[in-house]
Write a protein that binds this ligand. Sequence first.
Ligand code: URA
Length: 236
Amino acid sequence: MAERLQKLIAQAGLASRRQAESWIAEGKVLLNGAVAKLGDRADLSIDQLLVDGRRLSAAEAKVTVLLNKPRGYVSSLKDPQGRKLVTDLVAALPQRLFPVGRLDYNTEGMLLLTNDGDLAQHLAHPRHHVEKTYLIKARGQMSAGIRRQLETGVVLDDGLTLPAKVGNIRSTGHSCWFELTLSEGRNRQVRRMCDLLGLPVVRLKRVRIGFLALADLKTGCYRRLSSTEVERLKRL
Ligand code: URA
C-alpha cells in the first residue's frame, strides 16, 4: 500500500512527520534513486526509499492484519508447550506482528495482529470500551432471566461485568446459539459469564471488533487492513 513518504519515515521511528517533511524538502530523501518531492508516495515492499543514505525496509512498514483464528492456536508469541501460534499463520509477511489482545486456545474468529504499537495500545486501553461481538454455542437454553442478567451485569470473581448485548438467539435441541456483545475484555470473560449462568460454552467465535466484521474471511486466512480502517480503529 503506497503511503506518503513522511508517514513511512515517521513510522520507522527515524523522525517526526514534520522533520521528515523538512528532510524531503532539503533533498535528503531518495525514492527509487531520484530525489523525492513532498507529496510522493511509496510502498516499501516495492519501492526503494533512502533517508540520509539509510534504506527503509519493508520490515519497518506498519502493518495490521485481521486474522480468522482457527481453534487450536495460541495467541501469544511463545508457548512453553510447543503448540501452534497465531503468528505462524502470518509468517509469510516480512514484518514481525504481535496479537492485539488474546483469544483462548479453542476460541475462533477475529484477531488483529500488528506491529503498530500505538494502535495496539489504543485498542487495549480499558477506557476505550471497544465493542466485541461473539457468536456462542452453549449447552442449555437461553431464558429471559439469563438474558436479563447478561444485559445488566454478572458478578464474576474479578467484579461486576458491564452490561452486554444479547442477540440472534436460536435453539437447537439441547443447545442454543446466540450473539453476545461486550465492551470490555477480561480473561476468558465470555466462558466465565456463561458458565456462571449455567450455559457452558461449546463453541466460541469472535465475529466483530468495533466496525470490523469477519465477513467471509476463511478460517486460518487473514487480510491486511487499509490505512483508512487503521485510522478509524485509532479513533474508536
Ligand atoms: N471470552 C472468552 O471466554 N474467551 C475468548 O477467547 C474471548 C472472550
